[in-house]
Write a protein that binds this ligand. Sequence first.
Ligand SMILES: Nc1ncnc2c1ncn2[C@@H]1O[C@H](COP(=O)(O)OP(=O)(O)O)[C@@H](O)[C@H]1O
Ligand SMILES: [Mg+2]
Length: 384
Amino acid sequence: MPNIFNTPFKIGILGGGQLGKMLGQAASPWDLHISVLDADRHFPAAATCTEFVVGDFRNYDDVLAFGRQVDLLTIEIESVNSEALHQLVSEGLTVHPHPTALDLIKDKGDQKQFYKERGLPSSSFELFADRASILKALDAGSLSLPFVQKLRTGGYDGRGVAVIRRPAELELLMDGPSVVEELVDIDKELAVIVARNESGAVAAYPPVEMDFNPEANLVEWLLSPAQIDDETARRATELARQVIEAYGICGLLAVEMFLTPAGELLVNEVAPRPHNSGHHTIDSSYTSQFEQHLRAILNLPLGSTHMKTPSVMVNLLGEPGYEGQARYEGMEKVLALEGVKPHLYGKVMTKPFRKMGHVTILDSDLDRARTKARQVKDLLKVIA
Ligand SMILES: Nc1ncnc2c1ncn2[C@@H]1O[C@H](COP(=O)(O)OP(=O)(O)O)[C@@H](O)[C@H]1O
Ligand SMILES: [Mg+2]
């Protein structure tokens, strides 16, 4: 490993959103050089990186040119041009996560197939070429309601996922190559963030519990630790470890899971990067997920995932009914509450349900934190 601390060793990040911004924040105490590629100098990461390169991370030439002038490359979003990443790897650049793993993860169909082949527990599924073939299978009786349709590529934050319970909901079916999954009876949605470095060290954060806003299909708030028994927590952590080892990923992997009423754990999907379900670690853990990602991709010792205090994380979403230049109403009021830590991403424009920031509420008592989180949600609004 070259000397990364006393030389201008450049860590390149594809994507300049909030995850890039928070990676830049974590890099600052060690004075690491972060170079970001994204379309606009007003994007969140521009505020914390050492160098911002304007370009399109979906474009082959832009990613290739960017990769050729950094010493190590990582991502903060999956929808990057992976052809260019394969080329860069063949030229000798270290890219984490490896583009082969990234390709598997980018396609929800390939991802599901991977779990099946590796014997990792996940819901049963079938692949379809388009909307018409799903309807045909229904007609033929080889497929039946209810089910969950997911576009194989391009979906995020609930977009690209349709839950079809009744015939009337079939109009929600999307067109395009899809995975159709059994509708799982979910008791809790859990996430375990796990890290692995090149030396093979693995470290997992305690499982967290995600609660969804049904309207936006976005994580509304997140409890850390998840309210599950120790044995379930141990199994969830072990499963996350198996998943990252199966992919052979260096860096972070966020493993989203379903816990069924029978106590079964199923892998839903993964993200090979810092994740919304790990934002609380900035304020509540010995090592933030962002610092951990840097440690992992640089093959440094992984940091302690020990939790200093329980917490609730609330996503700060653009208030419905407002679109335009963002304004934050109620900041003074929430800052007056003990243990309330707002993080504003610095996005210029707000729109309904856009992720504009998050707030972590620290409290030794999780119920008290939850009460305070409700207060925060009532007090703090992103309007235009
Ligand atoms: N097989 C399933 N059964 C029941 N609910 C599901 C299933 N798959 C997804 N969901 C619900 O839809 C949400 C979004 O699906 P997910 O695959 O995580 O897509 P996204 O990329 O939008 O996060 C999940 O968090 C869960 O609430
Ligand atoms: Mg998800």
